[in-house]
Ligand binder design. Structure first.
Ligand SMILES: N[C@@H](CCC(=O)N[C@@H](CS)C(=O)NCC(=O)O)C(=O)O
Length: 196
């Protein structure tokens, strides 16, 4: 499979892990370079990574790529959702936190400080609310008991937030660290930690 992406993106990482677990080898087109970016824009009008070329398909978005891989190649060690709709809520929550953190990271990188307007604190508070909810879901036994795509996505999101200093993950007091540590024991996860 040809995957357009970077070695830092948490969305790309979840696809890389899923592919490894499903036994699919990847040819990564690094979109951090000018050539890679041009190649990405030639296949996707969205200009976001990941994008996959697989079996004659061009697939946009990590969820679609993961759906395709798990449907056609299996789950590997990832747990298929027991409750599809609950798992969708968990994944939507993770992506809500991640999208907010990524937006803040991009603004900071452009030198734009939004901490003094409601938009900035709202992103931070949304991320906190989502992590609190996921922790409550975990304690209720609805999240994290098995390691599926939502749990993997959370671990990738937290690692990226630490890597980019995009959210004070330490302020969570380690409440989601057990889940991260269990996934970090997988070579597919450990070998894809974000790096520049
Ligand atoms: N919903 C998308 C989100 C992908 C996404 O936000 N990717 C970021 C990198 S982590 C990106 O390509 N951003 C480029 C931009 O916003 O211009 C997915 O799940 O694949």
């Amino acid at each position: 499979m040809r995957l357009f992406g970077t070695t830092t993106s948490p969305y790309v990482r979840r696809v890389r892990v899923t592919a490894a677990e499903a036994g699919v080898t990847l040819d990564l087109v690094n979109t951090a370079t000018d050539d890679g970016q041009a190649a990405l824009r030639a296949v996707s009008p969205i200009w976001k990574v990941p994008v996959a070329e697989v079996d004659g398909h061009v697939l946009f978005d990590s969820r679609t790529i993961i759906d395709y891989l798990t449907t056609t190649r299996g789950w590997g060690r990832l747990a298929p959702p027991r409750d599809r709709w609950l798992a969708a809520n968990h994944l939507n929550a993770v992506d809500g936190a991640l999208d907010s953190a990524i937006t803040m990271f991009y603004l900071r990188r452009e030198g734009i400080d939004v901490s003094g307007v409601p938009f900035g604190p709202r992103q931070h508070d949304r991320i906190t609310a989502i992590f609190d909810w996921l922790d409550a879901e975990q304690r209720a036994g609805r999240f994290g008991a098995e390691l599926g795509v939502a749990e993997l996505s959370l671990a990738c999101a937290l690692d990226w937030m630490v890597f980019r200093d995009a959210y004070p993950v330490a302020s969570l007091g380690g409440r989601l660290d057990g889940l991260r540590a269990r996934l970090d024991a997988w070579a597919s996860v450990a070998q894809t930690r974000p790096h520049a």
